[in-house]
Design a protein around this ligand. Structure first.
Ligand SMILES: [Zn+2]
Ligand SMILES: [Zn+2]
Ligand SMILES: [Zn+2]
Length: 732
């Protein structure tokens, strides 16, 4: 019998056709396979039992990078064919199926890397159809070598033979290379034969090394070297924000952090994100790696170069973005050498260009599920589908901090890589270039452009500059709600507790502690945190003690000993009282800031969310008490109780825990009263593990369904996708 099978999903550029070729050969089926506009088409001919076996194994044993969403089969007349062939694709193949994310070195390539008898022994660019760079090297479509940054490298005969052989695991592996024909690594200013060994020696001696990775330059040093880590911090002008670590292997990672099953799964996954996990007491890291943080961010090597370097150093390294302060990560060679010259003692570079800058992704496990904190390398550009397909092509411009963009066509949406804060020329350029790149890669020509309500966001202005499109403004917290619903394939209605730092409200004030009832199309605000002043406006974001001041004024409470002697206290209290230069906010993020400052945990921040992170870290894990806070979310009495406890000398750990418990209980109560069966918890504040786990458990114990962002960050990295979901639903 002969069957035609149409396979849909991520099945192009992932070794699917050679896989089909091998499977058919193994089962003695004849026929052919080719790519077309919608995926892969296979025809197989053999006895009924063989064909059935073929169809069972086809989705089940698909190559690791493939994602089979659907297989549709129909019988066709037998032709008496013999042999199995891979047929050239008809023109007009859908480009969306062609670009997969960058993927960690696979086990087979690793074996070659460390096998002295292999021709790629210690070759830092070994890759195959199942692994290696993809998104970061693609310059255009179709995804073919000339349109990648490998274009300048001509394959040698041996590589070309692998590339051309359907039975080879490097069949059509676009970045295929070897020491004879591919990119080379070198240590700038050194003539060492083995650049990686020389770099490793420098690292072991305490040097700071700039290393060109997959999506950009990293800065590396020994994680256990106090002087080196402190010097790196000083030279990078990065005060407190924790540094990520790369451990040589899983055993070394276990010595750094406590790893549950979920964390280990994330750590070894082919996306290779940075996994935030609880620091082990006595972990061999310098104190400057992550000051005051109970967690460490750890990842495992993901490129052959990392594998070689880490195997050689055999110690955990700090591996942080190659930049100064908050600038975007450097990825162009000349620019990197200029910008990082004052930081790095040496540069380990190579000559394979990076086309798109991508940062490492960051993820945390909460209650046994992944919680994405930064979605970039390894995950981008995998599509995340929309529950309501976009009738016209959509561009969604996102927010301002932790910015991403999103393009949508039909039921597919592509969220771009993490761009960072859209505050300077570099990030704005990365944003606009990224959008153009995605428009080409995925054949999206936006007719609808969604943006935040905030009139002054650069992303909003960018949207307004697009001509001949329909503009759709989406309220910030509605976008958070919609993003979470849509990634779970839902359309609502639901009630959402959306807690974050800042979002422009429909009334022009600063929202950030919102109870919304809504669906993908619209929402109503059914509750909000009691509004207070932000004394001095933006300054109150950088200086949590100002928010402490505002909350004490609102609660009519006297300052506790932790803050009372602070310079400027009287003046700022005056601003809070009169409202001069002090906009009103309902932000839960700012309430966390205020309590952190009252507790003396942090009165000024030098990275976003720092006060809340340190307040969470301070929590006494066994404290079960809670301050008074009702479902009306008016924390004035709570603030009074915090002050009374602090006056009484109650420990900060207990106060912090009682505060978290109160917010969780009040949130659960408020959501329950809304009377919807489904609850969404989203917004950057829910990156807080204690708050999220408690709120979720309380809601679930009452029989409610709780949806939490998983594949996209709860913070503003998910906003663009939420805007796209709303735009698609509204233009239906
Ligand atoms: Zn491989
Ligand atoms: Zn070669
Ligand atoms: Zn937000």
């Amino acid at each position: 019998m002969r069957i035609r099978a149409r396979v849909e999903g991520t099945v192009q550029g992932v070794g699917f056709r050679p896989y089909v070729y091998r499977l058919a050969g193994e089962l003695g089926c004849s026929g052919h396979v080719f790519n077309d506009a919608r995926g892969v088409v296979v025809e197989v001919e053999a006895g009924a039992a063989e064909v059935e076996r073929f169809l069972t194994r086809l989705p089940a044993e698909a190559p690791p990078l493939a994602r089979v969403e659907r297989v549709m089969t129909e019988p066709v007349p037998a032709t008496g064919s013999s042999g199995f062939t891979i047929v050239e694709s008809p023109a007009g193949g859908e480009p969306s199926a062609l670009v997969s994310p960058d993927t960690a070195t696979c086990a087979e390539c690793l074996e070659e890397l460390f096998d002295p008898a292999d021709r790629r022994y210690r070759y830092p660019f070994v890759n195959c159809t199942n692994c290696g760079p993809r998104f970061t090297i693609v310059r255009g479509v179709p995804y073919d070598r000339p349109l990648t940054t490998m274009a300048g490298f001509r394959m040698c005969d041996a590589c070309q033979a692998e590339y051309d052989d359907p039975a080879d695991r490097r069949f059509h592996a676009q970045p295929n290379a070897c020491p004879a024909c591919g990119p080379r690594v070198r240590l700038l200013g050194s003539d060492a034969d083995d650049a990686v060994r020389a770099a490793a020696d420098a690292l072991r001696g305490g040097a700071i090394l700039a290393v060109k990775g997959m999506g950009g330059y990293h800065l590396a040093c020994r994680a256990d070297h106090e002087w080196a880590v402190a010097a790196l911090r000083g030279r990078k002008h990065r005060e407190d924000k924790p540094f990520a670590l790369m451990a040589p292997n899983l055993v070394a990672a276990r010595a750094l952090v406590e790893l549950g099953t979920e964390e280990e799964t994330l750590l070894v996954a082919r996306e290779r994100p940075i996994v935030l996990a609880r620091r082990r007491p006595g972990a061999p890291v310098a104190s400057a790696v992550a000051p005051r943080s109970p967690d460490l961010g750890v990842m495992l090597p993901y490129s052959p170069l990392h594998h070689l370097l880490l195997a050689e150093v055999d110690l955990p390294l700090v591996l942080t973005s190659g930049n100064v302060s908050d600038e975007p990560i450097a990825y162009r060679d000349e620019d990197a050498v200029t910008r990082l010259a004052g930081i790095a003692d040496a540069f380990l570079v190579h000559d394979r260009p990076i086309h798109t800058r991508t940062d490492d992704s960051v993820v945390r496990a909460v209650a046994g599920r992944p919680l994405m904190l930064r979605r970039s390398r390894g995950y981008v550009p995998t599509n995340i589908d929309l529950p309501v397909p976009a009738k016209r092509h959509v561009l969604a411009c996102g927010a301002e901090l932790k910015s991403t963009f999103c393009l949508a066509r039909g039921s597919r949406a592509w969220v771009g890589h993490h761009i960072g804060d859209l505050s300077n020329y570099e990030t704005l350029r990365a944003f606009t270039e990224g959008i153009e790149h995605f428009e080409r890669l995925f054949a999206v020509a936006p007719a609808v452009v969604a943006h935040d309500l905030h009139p002054d966001y650069l992303s909003t202005r960018f949207a307004h500059e697009r001509e001949g499109v329909e503009l759709i403004a989406v309220q910030h917290h509605h976008a958070h709600l919609a993003a979470c619903l849509a990634e779970h394939g839902e359309t609502g209605p639901a009630v959402g507790a959306i807690y974050d730092g800042t979002g422009y409200g429909t009334d022009g004030t600063v929202w950030g502690g919102e109870l919304l009832r809504g669906d993908l199309v619209s929402f109503e605000r059914i509750g909000a945190l009691y509004p207070v002043r932000m004394p001095g406006g933006e300054a109150a974001i950088r200086q949590p003690w100002r928010m402490a001041c505002a909350w004490l004024v609102a609660a009519d409470a006297a300052p506790p000993p932790t803050v009372r002697s602070r310079d400027g206290w009287e003046q700022v209290s005056g601003l809070a009282r009169t409202g001069f230069a002090s906009p009103v906010t309902t932000s839960v993020g700012r309430l966390f800031d205020a309590v952190a400052a009252l507790c003396g945990v942090r009165d000024e921040v030098n990275y976003e969310g720092q006060a809340a992170i340190e307040l969470e870290a301070a929590c006494d894990p066994v404290e079960e008490g809670a301050y008074p806070l009702g479902p009306d979310l008016d924390p004035r009495e709570l603030v009074g109780a915090v002050v009374a406890d602090l006056e009484r000398g109650v420990g900060v750990g207990v106060v912090a825990a009682r505060f978290h418990n109160a917010v969780a209980a009040a949130t659960a109560e408020a959501c329950t009263r809304a009377g919807e069966g489904t609850v969404v918890l989203a917004g950057g504040v829910f990156a807080n593990r204690r708050l999220l786990e408690r709120t979720r458990a309380l809601l679930e114990s009452r029989g409610l369904r709780v949806l939490v962002p998983e594949r996209l960050p709860p913070g503003d990295g998910g906003i663009s996708y939420g805007q796209a979901a709303v735009a698609a639903a509204r233009t239906r």
